[in-house]
Design a protein around this ligand. Structure first.
Ligand code: ADP
Ligand code: MG
Length: 399
């Protein structure tokens, strides 16, 4: 893996000012966060820096204020939640640069934490304006990026600052990059990828990148229907992008040339209406789907075959559920295969990395997220990484 500096490379930072990019874009309800996972993720980095005596300035975005101040999108709204997670009082600073920040730093003791306001209040953030970044950098001695989830954006706080100050990956960023490298950067073969979810169109670039990198491409979810249709299967009323069958055929050809086996289900779970446990529910061969039926999950025989594939693999990367997992019993394939992957991981025979909003929800539903090697909550950044795109926030750390 191309090297980047971590907190292990910090010298004596007592009294130094750390500008720390974190993800505080918390889901809110009635003025407080409904989920503080993102703060929990940044906590080790923040506390390590305070323990080393640095003055820590947290830098984050919150919502989409589009380059102007907004009374409803100040980071002061998450101050209480951040304090609760860190178990420490923090000082809110209603600016990101200039004399107010400078004076606040004067008030902070070594090991204290300040929370800067929403960096997206200024248009220079998303424009990655060098002068804006310089203004922020003037009050800092070094920069730490612990927000992998924002690393696919080339913004001043995620990319620009890394060129202006000594730059380090925080602990969460470091863990994420190590896990991703073990899954697709330098994985131990054979590698399997599970790609599911609703549509091929949202994951074309992912599929195209994966066929050249993995030995087994397992396709499930609604997108499997498009691939089945491309192979001449009548998928009835299933969610299917009929206009993408040529694309699906091209991807299967690319896989053939690259020595990647594409796995499509040969049995499926179908129903005439999309509801929980509908009366029309049945399992059938893919060639027996009725014209009034929808494929809503892959079938038990397919899952068993896929479990056998995973048993021969050393590495697994997973994005997208295999069925419409929010509705019972169409979560069955996803839950069963996830449990197999979790067990193989716990046995030490598989490195398993998963990511994606619905994927994380599905793994939690299967109660196995903790048994995977790594589960990324990074959303957009995770998908762009799966597409094989360099992430500006990560590239900048490599210096
Ligand atoms: P992620 O958020 O993990 O990247 P996606 O957003 O791509 O995943 O896909 C998740 C969605 O795909 C879920 O809402 C799920 O219900 C839907 N889905 C999966 N299989 C099917 C199917 N056979 N028919 C319709 N929708 C499906
Ligand atoms: Mg989703």
């Amino acid at each position: 893996m191309t090297s980047f500096k971590t907190l292990d490379d910090l010298g004596d930072v007592a009294g130094k000012v750390a500008l720390v990019r974190v993800d505080l874009n918390l889901p809110m309800q009635d003025g407080s966060a409904t989920d503080v996972t993102r703060v929990e993720a940044a906590k080790p980095t923040i506390l390590e820096l305070t323990e080393k005596g640095a003055k820590v300035l947290l830098l984050a975005h919150f919502g989409r204020p589009k380059g102007q101040r907004s009374s409803t999108m100040s980071t002061s709204f998450v101050q209480g939640d951040v304090e609760k997670v860190l178990g420490k009082e923090i000082m809110f600073i209603p600016e990101v640069m200039g004399p107010v920040v400078e004076q606040s730093i004067g008030i902070l003791d070594n090991g204290d934490i300040g929370l800067l306001d929403n960096v997206r209040f200024w248009p220079g953030e998303e424009a990655n304006d060098p002068d804006f970044a310089k203004g922020i950098a003037e009050n800092g001695d070094f920069y730490v990026n612990d927000a992998f989830s924002a690393a696919h954006r080339a913004h001043a706080s995620t990319e620009g600052l890394a060129h202006l100050l000594p730059a380090y990956a925080g602990r969460a960023m470091e863990a994420e990059l190590k896990a991703l490298d073990a899954a697709l950067g330098n994985p131990e073969p054979p590698v399997a990828a599970v790609v599911g979810g609703a549509k091929v169109s949202t994951k074309l670039a992912v599929l195209e990148n994966l066929v050249g990198r993995v030995q087994h491409l397992i396709i499930g979810g609604g997108m499997a229907n498009t691939f089945l249709a491309a192979r001449g299967v009548d998928v009835g009323k299933s969610l299917c992008e009929h206009d993408l069958t040529d694309t699906a055929n091209r991807i299967m050809d690319q896989a053939d040339h690259a020595g990647c086996t594409v796995h499509l289900p040969y049995d499926v779970v179908v129903a005439k209406e999309f509801a929980a446990n509908p009366p029309s529910l049945r399992t059938c061969n893919v060639h027996e789907v009725g014209s009034e039926e929808m494929i809503l999950d892959i079938g038990p025989q397919a899952v068993e075959a896929l479990a056998d594939v995973l048993k021969t693999c050393r590495t697994l990367v997973w994005n997208g559920p295999l069925g419409a997992f929010e509705t019972s019993p169409f979560d069955e394939a996803t839950v069963t295969l996830a449990k197999t992957a979790a067990a193989l991981t716990q046995d030490g025979s598989l490195v398993s990395v998963a990511g994606g909003g619905d994927t994380v929800a599905a793994l939690n539903q299967a109660d196995v997220a903790g048994d995977f090697t790594y589960v990324s909550t990074a959303g957009g950044a995770f998908l762009e990484w799966m597409e094989g795109k360099p992430l500006p926030g990560v590239e900048a750390l490599k210096g």
